[in-house]
Design a protein around this ligand. Structure first.
Ligand code: ADP
Ligand code: ZN
Ligand code: ZN
Length: 668
């Protein structure tokens, strides 16, 4: 008997058995086929994962597959292997894992609209792609290309540790040219593609004849399906995308690049909570090709892997533009030069100097809105979100209070709802307030604010960035959104406000993130001939993190962090997972976690912590708690998680929502 085991998008940790379709046209079905089956009363799309000869279900109860969908190529064996790996590693049913990896249109039982046949590209004619380098590689870049290039054709992970502006992208482009010449595909992953249209432009400029697939979640469904199909059919030589690009079938994969590999947005925070970077490394291993992790500030896990000899490290220690140097970082000691409206005198003077010389400055504060708290000083009331354990953020442009955790918003009250005091005060500052202060300090300056509020609509951000590059603004105020990847030729000064906020966080990863953010934002300055400068306002100028930042010394920062983590028993020296629960009442969540924890016999190998409420306990009306488990042994951790998830998928209370997060990084 022929039985096909099919993955379906249902929250059950099992495959479903079907008989081959009676219609002999497509039979016999193979693993990787997309098929339509009846499940319950509905027709659903599934993926054939295996062909077996026997089923635990009696033959008379087995239903046949209705039809095979042939509008997209059969999913290849290495892709099915990736799905199995992700499903077991991240403890998510195979069916949901597979469904989440497919573009939405391929999950539908409707056949795809027929595509116009495309004319053969010039690449096919010439048999080789034309590469237009924009720069002659410098010796460091050429060395990197040689070393990685020599590894083409076998699995080898590299860390390309290059300071900001060291020309990492140029190294990727040179390598991709070699990969295309061998007839292979290159997968290039970036944290957020929408923020960097410049990057896409650089790729198109470098490979004018190549079919480049762009893949990210903000794409319109049709465009995403096309890009995916081009990649899956092997027609696209280059696939450039966000974390989800790691889940695309790539029949001729010859190189994987993960740019800004430390970026936390590579980790998906819902559904299948996978790391796009780790999935990319797995891809390279299965495909037998090198993987390049590029960054100025590696994730500590990556740095650790280098120290252990698992990854090979290549340094690009200098900026690539001749004459460009790394910016000078200065700490503005707020205990000597106290801030007035957020700005120390030294900072104001530095900004004034740049304005006088006609150079651009960037004021960085990682908090959007006007002020994070609106409070009554006479009774201590503060505007809070009813659905979350969080304060509402005051937004000045439309005079509204917004919750940054659940999206709730309301108008600003005229007076304190508790005591009637009409004089409510904004406490602390965000980008809007900083913009207001700058406008008062420098009335003649042209100010541009860039954050998620100013760039709500698509295309708006792009336009604003283009204007900044042209020199339409003297002062930029922005969040993280401005820190990543942009190249502003006229920018020579970066001022950082509020850096101390994450210096003494309870989250042991806060320092790593702060260092990366500061190095990134500092990297926006002085990318051309004029030397750049960075001012960081702080009350703790002696803090080792800042001392390392001033020296541009990531390695010593990383070594110090790693030795702290080793003695405290944190990752990467142990492996972690979190079981999280949310319910209408906190006690329900806590009891659920306690019960799950008690359901296994404790072993030496795995440490199960007590459940704790999350810092922002209530979000959108649900009270949240989590349970952390740690182990030095990955297999021991995985077997505990498997035991838990088998139990939970079989039977879990209806009043609790739960999920597992393997290698968790943050949780808001
Ligand atoms: P990174 O990705 O390391 O931040 P980029 O690849 O964006 O660096 O390069 C930074 C700048 O240096 C870009 O303007 C790029 O055109 C320029 N550049 C890169 N390589 C060279 C080179 N070999 N000679 C001159 N300029 C270069
Ligand atoms: Zn009051
Ligand atoms: Zn809220």
């Amino acid at each position: 008997m022929n039985v096909l085991r099919v993955a379906l998008d249902v929250p059950l940790a099992t495959l479903f058995d079907y008989l081959p379709a009676p219609d002999a046209l497509h039979a016999p079905e193979q693993p990787g086929d997309r098929v339509v089956v009846t499940f319950g009363r509905r027709e659903r799309v599934g993926i054939v994962m295996e062909r077996v000869t026997d089923s635990t279900i009696p033959p008379e109860r087995l239903k046949p597959i209705l039809r095979v969908l042939t509008d997209a190529p059969r999913l290849p064996a290495d892709w099915l292997e990736l799905m199995r790996f992700l499903s077991s590693y991240y403890q998510r049913p195979l069916g949901e894992t597979v469904a989440g990896a497919l573009p939405p249109r391929l999950r539908s039982v409707k056949a795809l609209p027929k595509r116009k046949l495309r004319a053969l590209s010039a690449r096919d004619d010439a048999g080789e792609s034309r590469f237009v380098p924009s720069n002659q590689p410098n010796p460091a870049q050429a060395g990197a290309v040689e070393r990685i290039g020599a590894a083409l054709g076998s699995f080898r992970p590299f860390l390309l540790h290059g300071v900001t502006g060291s020309g990492k992208t140029e190294v990727y482009l040179q390598l991709i040219a070699r990969v295309l010449d061998r007839g292979h595909q290159a997968l290039v992953m970036v944290p957020e593609i929408g923020l960097t249209p410049q990057l896409e432009a650089r790729f198109r400029h470098a490979f004018p004849l190549e079919n480049i697939s762009i893949l990210h979640s903000a794409l319109e469904a049709g465009a995403r399906t096309h890009a995916w199909l081009d990649a899956a059919r092997g027609e696209a030589g280059i696939v450039l995308g966000t974390r989800l690009a790691a889940l695309t079938p790539l029949p001729r994969l010859g190189l994987v690049v993960v740019d800004e590999e430390h970026d936390t947005s590579f980790k998906q925070q819902e559904g299948l909570r996978y790391s796009g970077r780790d999935a990319a490394i797995f891809r390279a291993k299965v495909a037998g090709c090198p993987v390049v992790l590029g960054t100025a500030t590696p994730a500590l896990e990556t740095w650790h892997n280098c120290r252990m000899g698992r990854y090979e490290r290549i340094d690009l220690p200098e900026r690539a533009v001749p004459g460009a140097t790394l910016p000078r970082v200065r700490l503005v000691d707020l205990s000597i030069d106290p801030a007035d409206h957020g700005f120390a005198r030294g900072t104001v003077e530095a900004l004034r100097g740049r304005l006088a010389r006609g150079e651009q400055s960037l004021v960085f504060i990682n908090r959007r809105g006007y002020s994070p708290v609106l409070a009554c000083e006479s009774c201590g009331w503060a505007a809070g979100c009813e659905r979350c354990t969080a304060n509402l953020v005051l937004h000045s442009t439309d005079r509204r209070l917004r919750c940054h955790h659940c999206g709730w918003e309301e108008t600003v009250p005229r007076a304190c709802p508790t005591c009637g005091n009409p004089d409510l005060r904004p406490i602390g500052r965000g980008t809007q307030r900083v913009e207001e202060t700058l406008a008062a300090l420098f009335p003649e300056a042209r100010i541009a604010r860039i954050d998620r509020d100013s760039a709500r609509r698509r295309g708006e951000l792009e336009k604003a960035l283009e204007g900044i590059r042209r020199g339409d603004a003297d002062l930029l105020v922005g969040t993280q959104l401005l820190a990543k990847g942009h190249d502003f030729p006229g920018l020579t000064l970066v001022c950082v406000l509020g850096a101390d906020n994450s210096l003494f966080s309870t989250d042991y990863r806060a320092a790593e993130r702060l260092f990366a953010t500061l190095a990134q934002v500092a990297g926006r300055s002085g990318r051309r001939e004029q030397a750049g400068e960075v001012l960081v306002q702080t009350r703790f100028p002696k803090h080792p993190l800042f001392e390392a930042l001033v020296r541009h010394d990531y390695p010593s920062f990383a070594e110090a962090q790693l030795s702290d983590r080793e003695s405290a028993g944190f990752p990467p020296f142990v492996h972690e997972a979190a079981l999280r629960a949310e319910a209408k009442q906190l006690e329900v969540s806590m009891d659920f976690l306690r019960e799950v924890a008690a359901s296994v016999t404790p072993t030496e190998a795995v440490r199960i912590y007590d459940p704790v409420p999350h810092v922002i306990t209530r979000r959108a009306g649900y009270e949240r708690a989590q349970l952390l488990v740690q182990s030095r042994s990955r297999p021991a951790l995985q077997s505990l998680l498997t035991a838990w998830s088998e139990r939970l998928f079989a039977d879990s209370p209806r009043n609790v929502r739960w999920h597992l997060d393997v290698d968790p990084i943050e949780f808001d």
